[in-house]
Design a protein. Structure first.
Length: 216
């Protein structure tokens, strides 16, 4: 019944129902109903929906924030880009953060893509597989603008961040390989790098010891 109701509202859109639709989006437990509610909101004039969705981004409910972000990404109005704040991109709730990353990539203007890549860089290494995959996809969707940020992260000292950056770059170059394969390859490369660094350190120590024995 709720699905049919959302379908009916979207089929005959009425701006006066914006508040009811947005409020229901924030508490609706069924994915398909939420998706239909979002569709109904996209059928309404942006001047009616955008201000209400902006309010919802400040909600104390993670579900409400996440669904508002999702709806903004579906509407695709670039005027909402400034509302995708650092706080939302770093939201403590993984699902909200993932949705914010997707929405940001959709809404960011061309001249803001490098800055967004730098901000997303701060989230590398976060969470479990699905969270990391979402971040990798967001960075890949930014195209060439993300490459310098990924290169810096891959060369950094944090092994989790470096591995995630390597995996993202590998996936960007070869999407058919899959995320899990890219992660394994990134770990292999990191292990080889660590072994090489250790071998060089041992060689330097050995040289130093020989020099000391020779009285140098």
């Amino acid at each position: 019944m709720r699905l049919q109701a959302a379908l009916a509202v979207g089929s005959d859109p009425a701006p006066g129902l914006v508040d009811a639709l947005v409020e229901r989006c924030g508490v609706e437990p069924d994915f398909f109903v939420r998706d239909m509610l979002t569709w109904a909101l996209t059928r309404l004039p942006p001047e009616a929906t955008l201000p209400r969705l902006r309010q919802e981004l400040r909600s104390g409910s993670p579900g409400a924030r996440g669904q508002a972000l999702h709806t903004l990404s579906k509407i695709g109005d670039g005027s909402a880009w400034p509302w995708i704040t650092r706080e939302l991109l770093r939201d403590a709730d993984d699902e909200v953060a993932r949705t914010a990353w997707r929405a940001a990539v959709v809404l960011v203007p061309q001249d803001g893509r490098s800055g967004l890549a730098d901000e997303l860089l701060s989230q590398l290494g976060r969470g479990e597989r699905e969270v990391r995959l979402s971040l990798s996809r967001a960075l890949i969707d930014l195209g060439d603008a993300a490459v310098p940020a990924l290169e810096r992260a891959a060369a950094g000292p944090d092994r989790a961040v470096s591995a995630h950056a390597h995996a993202t770059e590998l996936l960007r170059r070869n999407p058919a390989a899959g995320f899990d394969a890219a992660v394994e390859e990134a770990r292999r490369l990191a292990a080889l790098g660590a072994e090489r660094a250790a071998a060089l350190a041992r060689a330097d120590t050995g040289t130093g010891g020989a020099a000391e024995s020779a009285g140098c």
